[in-house]
Ligand binder design. Structure first.
Ligand code: NAP
Length: 470
């Protein structure tokens, strides 16, 4: 597929192959853009700004609704496209499509709700006779840089609110899974003036870096790893930055919990998208006295997972994004085992597949749980009480989301108050998000929030207009 810049399709001599991780087939190729093309995208996005600021909110909302209809019509086609490039089971891709449609709809609604407030200046010293109001105005050009694991919905979480509040956009999709996003941008481009949506492909380390450093880009909205996020925050200068970064989410299971519910939470939270989920369950912290029964039930449920062809509707575990990623997970698990962890089920790799794996005897100092392991792993850490559980939960540089399973409301609230994370769910695993909620982590998991209304806040600036009525 070609890039889309200023409404034109642009290619380059150098190409990257997009590989299906299930069978190594080449699905398509994308151009490798360099700095010159990134500069062109910046110029086109800047040129298109007035075409959007002069458009009414009514019209923008309607146009976004038109894209909602188009995306609904292409639901199955786009889901298949996601499955081919990411290797996720087709049923999970369909869920990503449903969420993408919902996210876009939320932006179409929000486009009509972007306004400031009236400010009583006469409440301030010497303010008598003055009146003021604020307006939320667009930043200008928003650059969206996105990861491979939920490429479509995570990109829509940036593009849709950006356009809803009248910013033009440059999208840099993930090199490993760019195609579905590129197809989606074509749908947007059919509705909006040329240059409102631009897509540039190539290596993030070159063109991503150029976009981040440019003073003609007004905002970087990035989702990806902590390493890249930290680099971006150091280079972005004065422009606004939102960073949605990695997670290492804990699930605490206390001894009064509904164990079946907690086990279901692990199955849905640790193995979804082969564990490549920022808010996936990464550390299962279980009170010692229920650990045996919990583990027994978890093994029984893990046995039911069907690993196989991601396009088969019966499959519940697909591949990782690449064989390289699966080897990395394999090595991390093997290192944990050398330090005393014990695989209870799973632990085998086949190409880009890695089995759903439950590992016991895990200690907080193991790399497996100290850092984000992006694979279908359920590591179990035993603790003696709620205080130790909270201490282990917080013993990480990450703070995205957390889940706590207990029927004791005092303990639930203690966990909710003391866990350092952007979200704490009680009796639900961390792997849960509705697309309207404020989403974003603490600590190294990021800066800023997404969830359409919250993203709009971060993609506008507030101007005050004051009137002297004396
Ligand atoms: P990544 O390696 O950081 O890549 C993310 C994006 O950044 C890609 O488009 C990449 O381009 C680009 N990039 C790479 N180097 C860059 C640079 N120097 N400057 C600007 N852009 C650059 O992350 P990933 O492996 O794709 O995604 C997995 C990570 O994302 C995990 O840590 C996961 O937890 C996190 N994540 C967070 C959230 C959240 O909402 N908090 C959601 C999903 C995923 P290339 O592809 O060309 O390298």
């Amino acid at each position: 597929m070609d890039m889309l810049i200023g409404g034109k399709h642009i290619s380059s001599e150098d190409k990257i192959e997009v590989i299906n991780p299930y069978n190594d087939d080449v699905i398509d190729t994308i151009p490798i853009a360099h700095r010159q093309t990134a500069q062109l995208a910046i110029e086109e996005a800047n040129k298109a700004k007035t075409s959007l600021t002069e458009m009414s909110a009514f019209k923008i909302s309607n146009k976004l609704y038109n894209v909602v209809s188009k995306l609904k019509d292409k639901r199955e086609e786009f889901a298949e496209s996601l499955t081919l490039e990411v290797g996720k089971p087709i049923n999970e891709s369909l869920v990503e499509l449903d969420r993408s449609i919902e996210t876009l709809k939320l932006a179409a609604e929000e486009a009509k709700r972007i306004y400031g407030e009236s400010i009583p200046l006469d409440a301030g010293l010497n303010g008598k006779g003055f009146f003021a109001f604020t307006q939320k105005i667009p930043l200008g050009v928003v650059c969206a840089i996105t990861p491979f694991n939920y490429p479509l919905n995570l990109t829509i979480h940036k593009i849709a609110p950006a356009i809803a509040c009248k910013n033009t956009v440059i999208v840099k999709p993930p090199t490993e899974a760019p195609l579905t996003v590129m197809k989606f941008c074509e749908l947007l481009n059919e509705e909006f003036p040329d240059g409102v949506v631009n897509v540039i492909t190539g290596y993030g380390s070159e063109i991503g870096d150029y976009l981040v450093c440019s003073s003609d880009v007004d905002k970087i909205s990035f989702t990806g790893s902590v390493t890249t996020g930290l680099m971006i925050s150091q280079k972005a200068g004065m422009k606004k930055v939102t960073l949605e970064l990695g997670g290492n989410d804990p699930m605490i299971v206390l001894n009064d919990a509904d164990i079946d519910k907690a086990v279901k939470g692990v199955i849905n939270g640790a193995f979804l998208n082969a564990g490549q989920v920022c808010m996936g369950v990464k550390r299962i912290i279980v009170e010692e006295d229920i650990a045996d029964i919990f583990v027994e039930k978890l093994i029984n449920e893990t046995q039911k997972i069907i690993m196989g062809n991601p396009s088969d509707t019966k499959t519940t575990l697909g591949t990782l994004i690449s064989k390289k990623a699966a080897i990395q997970v394999e090595e991390t698990v093997n290192n944990a085992c050398k330090s005393g962890a014990k695989i209870l089920i799973g632990g085998e790799r086949d190409g880009a597949f890695y089995q759903a794996t439950v590992i016991d005897n895990v200690t907080p100092d193991m790399d497996l749980v100290k850092n984000e392991t992006f694979g279908p792993i359920a590591p179990i850490i035993h603790v003696h009480d709620v205080d130790e559980a909270i201490q282990v939960a917080n013993a990480t540089e990450y703070g995205l989301q957390a889940g706590v399973f207990t029927n004791d409301y005092a303990k639930a609230m203690k966990c909710a108050n003391q866990i350092e994370a952007g979200t704490v769910f009680i009796n639900k695993q961390s792997t849960f998000r509705t697309d309207n909620m404020p989403f974003g982590g603490f600590k190294n998991s990021g800066v800023g929030k997404e969830g359409i209304k919250y993203a709009v806040d971060e993609m506008t600036k507030t101007k005050l207009i004051g009137l002297n009525l004396r």
